[in-house]
Design a protein around this ligand. Structure first.
Ligand code: HEM
Length: 406
């Protein structure tokens, strides 16, 4: 009855092609990860939505996955850090709510609105630097604009000093890949942990007007204070969750607008909105590929298969965003006039992303500003030759070479 698990391409070389193959096997199908572990990949929109609120699915995998509990997962496994990190992403129920409540304070409408001038300032500085690039020279718009924007912003929110940002962000980028060697994965876990530990120590000594300090203060005031590991884990999550994600969708938006000139013209002429372009891109190429991890804590019958108690589950957000059963035959196409662009790309249920308002604000400032400053912006290579990032966890380009002027 059961097919052999589909071996996931850890290099993420063609996520959407792979998702078509997975979908052909069913909306919920078994996959094999490096190390021979198996999981269920959920590419169906309806199935993903259902499982995201199913109380028989836990996010806390390390306390529920038999392979881990029985000591059969080695520390140098490439996804080990995703299992052991201690933050709201790896907690359930009241334990999750406790961590989320604290961090959510930074993402209220008022707080996010207050970041607009900060975003505008970062965008202006980055564009000023890009303007100095000689005409005709190729720049990587991800590495020199979108990634710095989202990282400087998150570091600013967390109060990470400029000189410490490089280590922190290097760690987040390595963690996002699924092609690290065992040594790289382990060394990165260690280095990131050390850097985060230093940040927390510094903030204890010199509190600031930032989110790390808010989290630390709450640990002192709260009846159930956060442990050091929880503080570190929460900061780690915000760095990882708020940087690669937004930068990925911003890059996809620019590439799709440039390769659909009629839609770009409509946006620039004010006949279609930047919001529509962004929302469509979030659906079509949401930032997340397959999110590690969830674990079944009871048997679940769904879409003709049984996810057994103890099985791992990967919600394949990139697949759900293009499910033809939900979006029809045009699911793969970029169409800003699409009537229903609603998606699961920011998650759903208890673990829904905390950052949509912030990411939207970044997009609404950064995209128009880029096209205004560089009206003749163009891709330096055909879109089909853009190299995907080496991961199936995130859905993005490694780099996006462009010519800005001339
Ligand atoms: C376009 C940009 C973004 C996308 C597409 C995105 C997507 C997601 C998704 C799919 C999840 C749910 C993961 C799961 O299955 O458990 C998530 C969770 C989360 N995201 Fe985002 N994200 C984006 C930007 C951001 C930003 C800017 C921040 C903050 C600076 C952020 C912070 C978080 C946090 C804290 C969670 C964990 C929520 C929880 O477990 O309760 N994200 N995000």
């Amino acid at each position: 009855m059961d097919k052999c698990p589909y071996v996931l391409d850890r290099t993420g070389s063609d996520l959407h092609g792979e998702n078509r193959n997975l979908r052909a096997r069913g909306p919920v199908t078994r996959v094999e990860l490096l190390g021979g572990y198996t999981a269920w990949s959920v590419t169906g929109y309806d199935e993903a939505k259902q499982l995201l609120v199913d109380s028989r699915i836990a996010k806390n995998t390390k306390d529920n996955w038999p392979e881990f509990l029985q000591g059969r997962v080695s520390q140098d496994w490439e996804l080990y850090s995703w299992l052991v990190m201690d933050n709201m992403q790896t907690r359930d129920g009241a334990e999750h709510d406790r961590l989320r409540k604290l961090v959510a304070q930074a993402f209220t409408g008022r707080r996010v609105a207050a970041t607009r001038p900060i975003i505008e300032g970062i965008v202006r500085r980055l564009l000023d630097d890009l303007e100095k690039v000689p005409a005709g020279e190729v720049v990587d718009i991800k590495g020199q604009y979108f990634y710095p924007l989202s990282t400087i912003l998150v570091c600013d929110l967390l109060g990470i000093r400029e000189e410490d940002q490089v280590t922190m962000l290097q760690g987040a980028r390595v963690n996002a890949k699924t092609t690290n060697t065992a040594e790289e994965a382990e060394a990165n876990l260690h280095q990131t942990h050390q850097a985060l530990g230093q940040l927390v120590e510094t903030k204890r000594r010199e509190p600031g007007d930032d989110l790390t300090t808010v989290i630390l203060r709450a640990t002192e005031d709260d009846e159930a204070p956060l442990t050091d590991e929880e503080v570190l884990g929460s900061v780690h999550l915000l760095i990882g969750g708020g940087t690669e994600t937004t930068a990925n969708v911003l890059c996809h938006t620019v590439v799709d607008l440039l390769t659909h000139p009629d839609q770009l013209t409509a946006v620039l002429a004010g006949n279609a909105s930047w919001e529509a372009a962004w929302e469509e891109e979030v659906r079509k190429d949401g930032a997340v590929g397959s999110m590690p991890f969830r674990c079944a804590i009871d048997d679940i019958e769904i879409a003709g298969v049984t996810i057994a108690k103890g099985d791992l589950v990967l919600i394949n957000y990139a697949g759900a965003g293009r499910d033809p059963a939900r979006y029809g035959d045009t699911a793969d196409e970029f169409d800003i006039t699409r009537a229903d662009k609603g998606s699961l790309s920011f998650g759903y249920g208890r673990h829904r992303c905390l950052g949509p308002a912030l990411a939207n604000m970044e997009a609404m400032v950064a995209l128009p500003a880029l096209f205004e400053r560089f009206p003749h912006l163009r891709l330096a290579v055909p879109a089909a030759e853009l190299k995907p990032a080496a991961t199936y966890i995130f859905n993005g380009y490694e780099e996006v070479p462009m010519v800005l002027q001339g």
